[in-house]
Ligand binder design. Structure first.
Ligand code: PLP
Length: 470
């Protein structure tokens, strides 16, 4: 593609994306595509000769678009959001245009130093105390895996990195504590990092679905008595099912007493802490060794961009460092080489899009949008609470409402069948998209409010749609 063609198609595509975001509401939120339907329309073999961009874009519209679920639709209420914004998309475009690999300081000094700057800004915006150092990871799953590996190496004085499983030298298994409401990435990370699924100890939750610190303490005590080796606590601030908040103050005290690594997973909720009224979600964060939250969920920065903060970057680097001859540079002693702050060697220039978002919106506007979404969730929760047909199933501290249709007189099994059927009906209709979870065994519908363009009327429409699909 020559520069002239790039310019032409680039302008056309920017127009297309602008129209798309402006008119996303015209699409069914959840793709209607059936399994195999897209694949069947694509050739089995790659083209021998190049095709025109017009042909390719035509196929994009005709074949690919119907197979897209519209995450940036203002009536997307499923899972957690993966929102974006014009500023972020332009930052992403620039990052692709530069095509930088930000693995070392020298491979693009601006990429490293801008990342240091925006991560420090982000820490300030969420009220993080002094002493944390930030790095951008692709996802929260990766950040949590980093935390688990760092915990493993701190507990074993770096002997697993050196010797593999023999580094345990006959000591009992290393144990990870997390609540029964924690995200699956903790279990996955434990498997990958070699802890073993059976060493992930699930701590009970209280009536608000938050980790019970007494049970945590009891489980650690039992493990110590049984010759096992407590290693890490992974607390969740804003669980995926219901945004429950594990209490960091007592959990931090327990971690400190036993010398355990404290990782805090605030993948969605972390963004809320930019609003002063929601800073409390991080009360006790000073006890954490590591923290992750995702600007790609709820801070208008398109996927992927995950903010990982650590207390001891030297330990992180010591855990992750590799130093082959071909990666050595003259500046190594005075700069950050972010290749040693995570798992992959190659790294995208993600700081650009975050910088664009933070500057173009500014803290005030970002706070307004988050506060708006939280207000809408509380409004929706109010309607549920007031109705005799519906029932709230969890507290609503932030943007996510867990609820079900329950007019009375039906048993649990029947309620599950009826609510599942309602969910399928609503999603098939296409106006809104929501998903479900189970809270202590109870089937719950879930509305998570956080897309960039989601406003009052979309939430009103969601409530009306749910009621009209009964
Ligand atoms: C979404 C979520 C994750 C996973 O995030 P990725 O960035 O997709 O890995 C982890 N933890 C919690 C609490 C989440 O809500």
């Amino acid at each position: 593609m020559n520069a002239e063609e790039f310019r032409k198609h680039g302008h056309d595509l920017i127009d297309w994306v602008a129209d798309y975001l402006e008119n996303a509401e015209q699409y069914p939120v959840l793709s209607r595509s059936l399994p195999g339907e897209i694949r069947a329309q694509l050739p089995d073999h790659p083209p021998e000769d190049g095709e025109s961009m017009d042909q390719i874009l035509d196929d994009f519209r005709r074949i690919i678009l119907p197979g897209v679920t519209h995450w940036n639709h203002p009536r997307f209420f499923a899972y957690f959001p993966a929102n974006n914004s014009g500023s972020s998309i332009l930052g992403e475009l620039l990052s692709a245009g530069l095509g930088v690999n930000a693995m070392l300081w020298q491979t693009s000094p601006a990429a490293t130093e801008l990342e240091e700057t925006v991560m420090s800004w982000l820490g300030e915006l969420i009220g993080l105390p002094e002493g944390f150092h930030g790095v951008i990871q692709d996802t929260a799953s990766t950040a949590t895996l980093c935390a688990l590996v760092c915990a493993r190496e701190r507990t074993t004085a770096h002997s697993i990195n050196r010797m593999g499983p023999e580094g345990l030298a006959g000591a009992g298994s290393l144990r990870i504590y997390t609540s029964s409401e924690a995200h699956s990435s903790v279990l996955k990370g434990a498997k990958i990092a070699g802890f073993g699924a059976q060493n992930v100890v699930l701590v009970e939750t209280d009536e608000k679905l938050a980790m019970d610190p007494e049970d945590l303490d009891r489980l650690i005590g039992m493990d110590l008595a049984g010759g096992l080796v407590p290693c890490c606590i992974s607390a969740t601030v804003g669980t995926t099912s219901s945004t429950a908040m594990d209490p960091l103050v007592p959990i931090g005290a327990i971690a400190k007493r036993h010398g355990l690594w404290l990782h805090v997973d605030a993948a969605l909720a972390g963004s809320a802490a930019i609003v002063p009224e929601y800073r409390w979600i991080f009360d006790g964060i000073e006890a954490a060794d590591s923290l992750v939250f995702n600007p790609h969920k709820w801070l208008l920065t398109n996927f992927d961009c995950s903010a990982y903060f650590v207390k001891d970057p030297v330990h992180l680097q010591r855990t992750m460092a590799i130093n082959p001859e071909y990666l050595k540079t003259n500046q190594d002693h005075e700069v950050n080489n972010f290749r040693d702050w995570g798992i992959p060697l190659g790294r995208r220039f993600r700081a650009l899009k975050l910088w664009f978002v933070l500057r173009n919106y500014g803290a005030t506007k970002l706070r307004e949008i988050i506060a708006l979404h939280i207000g809408l969730a509380k409004m929706f929760a109010g309607w549920v609470d007031e109705s005799s047909q519906w029932e709230l199933l969890a507290p609503v501290p932030l943007n996510t409402v867990c609820f079900r249709w329950n007019p009375g007189g039906l048993d649990e099994a029947e309620l599950e069948v009826r609510n599942k059927a309602l969910l399928d009906r609503v999603n098939a209709e296409g106006t809104i998209y929501l998903t479900h979870t189970k809270l202590k065994g109870t089937f719950a519908l879930r509305v998570a409010i956080g897309q960039t363009a989601t406003r009052n009327k979309h939430v009103v429409e969601a409530w009306e749609k749910l009621n009209s699909c009964l």
